[in-house]
Design a protein around this ligand. Sequence first.
Ligand code: PLP
Length: 226
Amino acid sequence: MTEPPNNMTAAARAADIARRIAAAARSAGRDPSLVRLVAVSKTFAAPDILPVIEAGHRIFGENRVQEAQGKWPALKERFPDVSLHLVGPLQSNKARDAVALFDVIHSIDRPKIAAALADEMARAGKRLELFIQVNTGAEPQKAGVLAPGAPGLARYCRSDLGLELAGLMCIPPADEDPARHFTALAALAKELDVPGLSMGMSGDFEAAIRCGATHVRIGGAIFGER
Ligand SMILES: *Cc1c(COP(=O)(O)O)cnc(C)c1O
């Protein structure tokens, strides 16, 4: 990860990242408005996040339901137009809490989670945007459905549960060229006919945008070291 300049505030770093995102999109011949910046605020508390919201940013990501419950209900009450994205793994016993708090889930990786979310969305009368996480590097320690299982999981979500899918998400292996994984995810999204591609983090978001990312998830380059 590139070290964020520590003489800048988080709000200034978010604005700087937004400019780099727009520049990367334009140089790839893409419409910059089609690339969303998800500012990943995990491990940071409300006082660190608030200035970034006050500066106008509205899309945030968290990786744990319970941690998010400690800070976001109050922030969302003050700023109801904030869109909150769950980017970390979800347990089915947290599906109700996740549906109550989040607007977008990036991490569906098995039928049980998809079914729990479908139930809870129906119960709450709320529709979230849903991404399937794909473990493109087939890493045993990493969440995500293996690529060969993705079409079956997508079919289950759509046909059995009647869910609409917003896209696919991946986290490439740390020690490999991420572009290969971004390209594979883009090809899979095309095959499955899903519009969104959640890929790219602090260290590789420009490569992800070249490969078609619609959502980049940036933590450290905005909020600093965790
Ligand atoms: C923490 C996290 C990010 C942000 O990572 P940085 O390298 O800090 O930008 C993105 N996606 C997921 C799933 C994360 O958990």
